[in-house]
Design a protein around this ligand. Structure first.
Ligand code: ZN
Length: 250
């Protein structure tokens, strides 16, 4: 069987048998893949430590074209983001990031920008603290890089540029409406939130989170990203509520 090499981030693992696990990865080269980790639950398994969730690893696996499940041959840690004394916020945030990525990334279809986004967001979360701004940045960019974030720069009815004044998002039809055209309908995104969305599009995560973001703007962007995620995934992600509670507790 041919051996493939990939740079990968571990998204999740689940049981295949008492001693074997199936690991789900997002890889730089192949998008989302699943591979069996044989014997990983046995004591002395050489694979065990390297396949923990959110590890950034170098992966070698056996696979065959058209076959859904590969088999892991070797895994080597590049960086373990939950390795040493992670904070509760980091654990919840990274679990949430992994769950979103697992839902949005397509099987066997490379999405290098999204792979890079996950790494840069975990890097930013490791250097600084986990803030609502960082979480919002990840959600919005995940939607963008999956082709699920509408163009909210102009009113879809009259063509007015709304990115500085704010707008009303018509979620189901993927449109923005200016104040006059919305006639009170849609989700209000005020000027500060609209400005933050523009900034997000331009700045890397560490620079974005260093800028002030009012709690009103953060809340509006949260509503927007959650409505879009639920619309496309047709469910609310389990890890979202836990993260929300962790970020709200003093
Ligand atoms: Zn308009």
């Amino acid at each position: 069987m041919p051996v493939y090499e990939a740079e990968a981030i571990v998204l999740r693992q689940y049981a295949l048998s008492d001693s074997d696990r199936i690991i789900v990865f997002i890889t730089k080269e192949f998008g989302k893949i699943r591979a069996a980790a044989k014997g990983v639950k046995r004591p002395k398994s050489r694979l065990a430590g390297s396949l923990e969730p959110l590890n950034h690893i170098r992966l070698e696996f056996y696979g065959r074209e058209g076959q859904d499940l590969g088999q892991i041959r070797h895994a080597e840690i590049i960086r373990s983001y939950l390795g040493i004394n992670p904070s509760l916020e980091q654990i919840y945030a990274y679990s949430y990031f992994a769950e979103i990525a697992n839902e949005l990334v397509q099987d066997n279809q490379a999405n290098y920008p999204l792979f890079r986004l996950i790494l840069s967001i975990m890097e930013a979360g490791a250097k600084n603290s986990i803030t609502p701004a960082l979480v919002r940045y990840f959600e919005i960019w995940c939607l963008k890089l999956s082709g699920l974030f509408p163009n909210y720069a102009y009113c879809s009815n009259c063509g007015k540029c709304v990115k500085d004044d704010g707008f009303f998002a018509w979620i189901e039809v993927g449109q923005a409406r200016c104040n006059a055209c919305a006639q009170g309908r849609g989700m209000k995104i005020g000027a500060p939130a609209a400005a933050a969305l523009t900034l997000m599009a331009k700045l890397p995560p560490e620079q974005f989170v260093a800028k002030p973001l009012s709690s009103d703007a953060a809340r509006e962007i949260e509503w927007l990203s959650q409505r879009l995620l639920v619309l496309h995934l047709e469910k609310q992600l389990k890890s979202y509520r836990m993260l929300k509670e962790a970020l709200q507790s003093p």
